[in-house]
Design a protein around this ligand. Structure first.
Ligand code: CU
Length: 150
């Protein structure tokens, strides 16, 4: 059995913050997902996906799992052009975890069907502290660039 003391302390801190009207978010993580997209894959059985997890809260969290019913999903980091699978990514307090083209990304493999532009892929993100988030990831053109919007 594990004691829940740290969680109780965090909750007390959150309540204290709320009580004094600081209004600067809670002591724990407060996550939301934006900018999700998948470029229509050129390969039949493999695709990349990108999204941003924003943490407005005062505590860090960790993305520990990504799943989808279209196939297997893994998280990859890209360092100096080499990519490596990672078991988790930190979502810093008052910060963001960004998966973007040419950098850290999600990798979809063993696809049951090839995602087509205009369709949506449903993902489930699991975190160390926060509850799971469901993301509807639109499939864009193969050459989609989020900074130009096409
Ligand atoms: Cu990869």
């Amino acid at each position: 059995m594990r004691r829940a003391a740290p969680a109780v302390t965090a909750l007390a801190a959150a309540l204290a913050l709320a009580g004094c009207g600081a209004g600067e978010g809670s002591a724990g993580p407060e996550l939301s997902v934006s900018a999700a997209y998948m470029p229509q894959p050129v390969a039949a059985d493999m695709a990349a996906g990108f999204l941003t997890v924003t943490n407005k809260g005062g505590g860090p969290d960790e993305l520990t799992s990504v799943s989808s019913d279209i196939g297997k999903v893994t998280m990859h980091s890209t360092t100096g052009g080499a990519m490596a699978e990672r078991a988790s990514f930190e979502v810093p307090a008052h910060g963001r975890l960004v998966f973007r083209s040419g950098a850290d990304h999600l990798m979809f493999e063993q696809l049951k069907e090839r995602p087509r532009q205009g369709r949506t892929v449903t993902l489930k993100l699991g975190f160390a502290k926060s509850g799971p988030l469901t993301v509807e990831m639109p499939v864009r053109s193969a050459t989609y660039n989020p900074s130009t919007g096409h």
